[in-house]
Design a protein around this ligand. Structure first.
Ligand code: FES
Ligand code: FE2
Length: 386
């Protein structure tokens, strides 16, 4: 973020603290429980939200060399990411064009030729079908050039490889991020490396897991044994940038800035800056590193999560330091994910028809409005299917 914004955010939080006040939205809001439990609703979200927006499938350091490849999943689709001989990153459906066998089963590796395990049709890292046994005899009238791997929209930006799981109305990243783009660019994510990572599957709707991170109201209770003591009680602020959010959650140390000249103020030393990138990505900017939390919703009540600690390349040898930080982030997030599972499990009791969001939980409403907006826009179009 630019310096002016950084100073304004610190002043805003210091002022709230001085007045013993909270950042409040206009009114209380609610979200229907059925939005977290209905399988049909999940299918609609899968189409209109999860498949229709660019999502980061890998950090650039994971696909660094020409010939590097990764197999991933996105919105229920098997994806093959490759880096071609000319250095271009590609995203394909990881499905052979002959009879549909999964082409690559390894999670990662380095090569430029991918041979199908069934009949050995072979594709290049640019997705072209370059060899197929007895093709001329058996597939008369069909051109190999028609049978390249199915390509998905793929762009490299802000240190990530972004893939959209549909070719319908794909968004370019400049349009998608708008004003937030400059702020993400200065995070310098492309010059970071992976210093720790974990994967888990949680029995909770993906929206509960997003909501779990974007308010500070829960810090003192839910994180009482971890980060809670280091944060102010319910002292946070947020801004929406289209469907994306930037939340600032104040540490107790931020209060000391009122005693020091503003030239020395540095927000990330005294607050967590959380970017909630629509729909399923969180970047938690910490003092000297960034935690990247990526969701891959797999069902209405099941979500695969990947937690990655990104550290500056030049400090990557501080292994013990990053391992400690990764463990703290993981433990804290597990507290949030446990609560997400607890909420999901309690839906069956039907105690509530809605979830209630207080005026200092307005970011949750903004996020849900963005989801709703996508569903309305998508399904109002003629010819839209589930
Ligand atoms: S299904 Fe892949 S070569 Fe036959
Ligand atoms: Fe939390």
């Amino acid at each position: 973020m630019d310096r002016q914004t950084e100073l304004e955010l610190i002043e805003e939080i210091l002022s709230l603290r001085k007045k013993n006040a909270f950042f409040l939205d206009k009114s209380v809001s609610r979200n229907h429980v059925v939005f977290y439990t209905d399988p049909d609703r999940f299918q609609r979200e899968q189409t209109a939200v999860l498949k229709s927006h660019p999502r980061p499938l890998a950090h650039v350091s994971e696909l660094a060399e020409a010939g590097a490849f990764l197999s991933r999943s996105l919105a229920g689709l098997p994806i093959l990411l490759t880096r071609g001989k000319d250095g271009t990153a590609h995203a394909f459906l990881n499905v052979c064009r002959h009879r549909g066998t999964r082409l690559v089963n390894e999670k990662e590796g380095c090569r430029h030729r991918f041979s199908c395990p069934y009949h050995a049709w072979t594709y290049s890292s640019a997705g072209d079908l370059i060899a197929a046994p007895h093709f001329a005899d058996g597939f008369e009238g069909i051109q190999k050039s028609e049978l390249g791997l199915k390509r998905l929209n793929c762009e490299e930006r802000f240190g990530f490889i972004w893939v959209t799981a549909t070719d319908r109305d794909t968004l370019d990243l400049d349009t998608f991020f708008g004003d937030l783009g400059d702020e993400l660019a200065v995070l310098n994510l492309e010059n970071m490396v992976i210093a720790g990572q974990d994967e888990t599957v949680r029995h909770a709707n993906w929206k509960l897991l997003v909501e779990g991170g974007i308010e500070a109201y829960h810090f003192k209770a839910a994180h009482s044994r971890t980060i809670g003591p280091h944060f102010e009680d319910n002292l946070s602020t947020y801004r929406a940038f289209g469907p994306h959010l930037r939340s600032v959650l104040a540490r107790t140390s931020l209060a000391s800035l009122s005693q020091s000249p503003s030239e020395s103020w540095r927000l990330r030393d005294h607050a967590q800056i959380l970017y909630t990138l629509f729909p399923t990505t969180s970047l938690l900017v910490q003092q000297d590193h960034i935690a990247w939390i990526q969701q891959d919703p797999v069902g209405v009540d099941q979500t695969r999560l990947r937690l990655v600690t990104l550290a500056p390349k030049e400090a990557s040898d501080q292994e013990a330091h990053w391992a400690r930080n990764h463990a703290i982030t993981k433990t804290t997030l597990e507290e949030d994910f446990d609560i997400g599972e607890s909420i999901q499990a309690s839906f069956a009791a039907a105690a509530n028809e809605t979830l209630l969001f207080g005026r200092f939980e307005g970011a949750l409403d903004k996020f849900n409005q963005a989801v709703e907006g996508c569903l309305n826009r998508y399904y109002m179009k003629p010819g839209a299917t589930k």
